[in-house]
Design a protein around this ligand. Sequence first.
Ligand SMILES: Cc1ncc(COP(=O)(O)O)c(C=O)c1O
Length: 367
Amino acid sequence: MSDERLQRVLSCLSPVARQLDVLPSGRTAPDTPYVKLDTNENPFALPAIVMQGALNALERQYLYPENDNISLRDAAASAYGVTTDHVIAGNGSSELLGLIYRAFLAPGDRVAMVSPGFSFNRKLAMLQAADFVEVALTDRHSLPIEQLLSSPAADTKFILVANPNNPTGLFVPVADIERLVAQSDRLIVLDEAYVDFAPDNGLRLLNRYSNLLVLRTFSKSYAAAGIRVGFGFGHPELIGRLRNIQNVFNMNVIGQAVGISILAHRAAYEDNHRHIRHERQRVTAELSQLGFSVTPSHANFVLARVPEGQDGRWWQAALEKRKILVAFFPDRGLENCIRVSIGTKSQMDAFLVAASDISTRLETRHC
Ligand SMILES: Cc1ncc(COP(=O)(O)O)c(C=O)c1O
C-alpha cells in the first residue's frame, strides 16, 4: 500500500484507534536463559492428573469446543457454590474484563478504579472512549470508601477493586468490600486474580448483593497462565448479558478440560500455595535487609521500593543484564519500585544473589 493510501486509511479510523500507540514487536522472553519474574505466573507444572486431562482433550482437536463452556461453567458453579447462570468462563479474566467494558460502557461514560491498580484497565477504558477515574488507595489497610461513594467515582458505570491489588499486593478486609457494595448503587467489579494467596475472599457477598461481579483466574494460583482460564461470577442478569456478547467458541478444548480438572483437584495445589507464601516472606525479609522497602503482599509477587536515592527503572535494567526480568511501572508514585513475581526457590535464589550483587557494587561505588 502506498504511503498516501495508508495515510487516507489511517485518517478514516476512529479517533480511539488513531490514539493508539503502534506497538513494536514484543521481545521473546522464554523461561531460559531468563529468570522470568515480571508477569506473576506460577512456575510449576500442572498436577499430573490435570496434565492428563489436557492430553485427553487434544484428542478432540477436530471438534469445536463445547458451546457456551457449559460443562466448565457447571463445574465452576458447583465448586464455588453458585448456579451455572451465575458463571461466565473466559480466556483468562482479561477477556472477561474486556467484555465488561464493552457491554457496560458507552463513549463518554466514566469508570473508576482504586489506584495504583491493574493498568490494563486504563487501556480498556480508552478503547471505549470512557473517562478513567483513579481513586488513590491512601491507607494500606482499608479501602477509600468515602471517596468511592462520592463524585467523581459515584458518577461512574462501575468501580473496579482488585483484592489483593496489583501491583501493590495489598489486601483489604472483605468487610470493607462489603461496605462499599452495600452502600453503592453502582456495579462493583471485584478482581480476585490473586485471592488464593490471601486469607479471605469476597465470593460469599454474591448471596447478598446483586451489584457485584467477582473475577477469578487460573493464571496465578493454578499455574495455567498459558492455557487461559478465567471466571466471572455475578447475578444472572449481568452474567447473561456478558455471555451474550462473548465470541462463540471463545475457549478451546484444552482450556475447558484443564479448567474442569483444576476445579476437581484444587487441593493438589496446597503445597504450591504454601511455597509461594513462604518464598514471599523470604524475599520480603532479604530485600528489606538490602535496604528495599517492601509492601506487605498477599499475592504471588512483591512490590519493592528501591533503596533511597536509587531508581526503579535502573534496577530493572541492572537485573535484566543479569538475565532476571522484573516489572517496572512508570506511573507516578511507582517510579522507584520494582515488582518481583514469586517463582521457584532456585529462581528466587538467583534473583536475591543478583540483587545483593548489584547492591554491593552500588555501595562500593559510593564509598
Ligand atoms: C489484577 C489482575 N486482574 C486480571 C489479570 C488477568 O489475568 P488473566 O487474563 O491471565 O486471567 C491480571 C494479570 O496479571 C491481574 O493482575
